[in-house]
Design a protein around this ligand. Structure first.
Ligand code: HEM
Length: 444
């Protein structure tokens, strides 16, 4: 086994070029250093599919990774931002039992497959409304399509009226911006705190509505309500927007693959699975070792920060032979770790698949996507998303069905049985609030 002395084989994650294009470094890390110490991040970085998969379900790792991130603040700033630390500490994704169990248990039924399926008409209309004005012209697929579409869907589900959407999006941006840098930046922390304070009253008011999908957390108090509301807002719309923009990006980048969707050679569900593997918007799951552990021959001391790189694991040739290429319909696509695994498996996975299925189905019938300029990527750490994506959505001139108008989506190929329990309906009707809904099969 390697000595405890940390190595510095990990790349410089504070390098802006690397933040914009992290995939470039993955193959070398996978081959030479599946577990490495990063001095820039003050964390162990794990990249291999096998190790990431194992550690996601290892109870010796705590999900309170951002606490280690905030501990990097100078002590007097940590003190001034204590309320912010308390707030992030109540995010479901950054909590351990018993808080995690209490939060997740309360909202799970409302995000189960049968409840999610009830959002399909809303999603279908939102997709059509977002695409329609862009057909036939050049646009920025991030600003004009992916972001407004993701926001519209998440706001509708969280009952945020359109008139409040911009205000709430501003708070959400401050709250997420602070935690997507490799090291905490004090001024971003204060901006985040100011927005958390503004969001609190708003979230409490919304969640107090008896049929709000987060209503069940109300009894856990204002911090839990604000944190949960913020997590569903940011943890929902940011990666959803990134996945939608990523879909447009791959449509433009791999036209020959896309023709296979068109002809029905690959199913919409298979297409979405591979888009999720390839785009992987949340690139990592942050953890803290609760005990001394050995990982891939390295000793990780209790208290160390550990970053599980989901997006690197998704490009590990040991599981995904297609690695850096988009390979629609590949049998291994559905094994991606884009939604994590185990106790923290993404609660929005069903909704995300539903949105992407509608989006892929709709775009395939209506447009061909053509790049009109280079894509630019956000220099964010932990979130991989295009910042600018110039494309032209060309109306189809040659509809697959001669009787069909180019603005009517193609009938979707059968999606087959959903990989994670997808669209099942609860007994007693899909849109009734279920008393007991099985956890989706993908939760392990
Ligand atoms: C492409 C879209 C999405 C991606 C890539 C994604 C990714 C993830 C990942 C990787 C985790 C686990 C993190 C960890 O283990 O540390 C997670 C958790 C979570 N996600 Fe998502 N997510 C997406 C969309 C959504 C949406 C739309 C929502 C809700 C509106 C959502 C809500 C959540 C929640 C509440 C958790 C925490 C679950 C827990 O800790 O028990 N996500 N997501």
């Amino acid at each position: 086994m390697d000595p405890v002395v940390p190595s510095s084989t990990s790349p410089d994650w504070s390098d802006e070029h690397l933040l914009r294009a992290p995939h470039g470094g993955y193959q070398r890390l996978l081959a030479d250093a599946p577990v490495s110490w990063s001095s820039a991040l003050q964390a162990w970085v794990v990249v291999s599919d096998r190790l990431v998969r194992e550690l996601l379900v290892d109870a010796r790792l705590s999900a309170q990774g951002p606490m280690a991130f905030m501990a990097m603040l100078p002590p007097e700033e940590a003190e001034r931002l204590a309320e912010l630390r308390e707030f992030y500490g109540h995010w479901m994704v950054f909590s351990d039992p018993p808080l995690h169990t209490a939060l997740r248990g309360r909202v799970l039924p409302d995000w189960a497959p049968s409840r999610t399926a009830c959002h399909r008409p809303l999603v279908e209309a939102a997709v059509a409304d977002a695409v329609r004005p862009l057909v036939g012209r050049e646009c920025d697929a991030v600003e004009e399509l992916a972001r407004p579409l993701a926001n519209a869907i998440i706001c509708a589900i969280l009952r945020i009226p359109a008139s409040d959407a911009a205000l709430v999006a501003g708070w959400a941006a401050d709250i997420i911006r602070f935690i997507v840098t490799p090291r905490p930046l004090v001024e971003l922390g204060h901006a985040a705190l100011a927005s958390v304070r503004q969001l609190r009253g708003y979230a409490l008011e919304r969640v107090a509505e008896a049929d709000h999908p987060l209503h069940a957390v109300l009894d856990l108090g204002p911090t839990a309500v604000t944190a949960t509301f913020a997590q569903f807002l940011t943890g929902g719309s940011d990666p959803l927007s990134a996945a939608l923009a990523g879909t447009v990006d791959v449509m433009a980048g791999f036209p020959e693959q896309w023709r296979r969707v068109d002809t029905g050679e690959v199913t919409v569900a298979g297409t979405v699975a591979e888009i999720l593997r390839y785009t992987c918007p949340f690139t990592l799951a942050p953890r803290i070792a609760l005990a001394d552990i050995e990982v891939g021959g390295r000793r990780i001391a209790a208290g160390s920060s550990v970053l599980l790189l989901l997006s690197a694991a998704n490009r590990d040739g040991a599981r995904f032979p297609q690695v850096d290429e988009l390979s629609l319909g590949h049998p291994s696509s559905g094994q991606h770790l884009t939604f994590g695994r185990g106790a923290h498996y993404c609660l929005g996975a069903n909704l995300t698949r539903l949105v992407l299925e509608e989006f892929v189905g709709h775009l395939t019938g209506v447009v061909e996507v053509e790049r009109t300029g280079p894509a630019q990527w956000l220099p964010a750490f932990g979130l991989r998303a295009p910042a600018v994506l110039p494309v032209r959505l060309r109306a189809r001139t040659r509809p697959t069905d001669p009787g069909r108008s180019p603005l009517v989506p193609a009938p979707r190929a059968p999606t087959g049985p959903p990989a994670h329990g997808g669209r099942g309906a609860a007994p007693g009707g899909p849109c009734l609030r279920p008393t007991e809904d099985p956890e989706p099969g993908g939760f392990v």
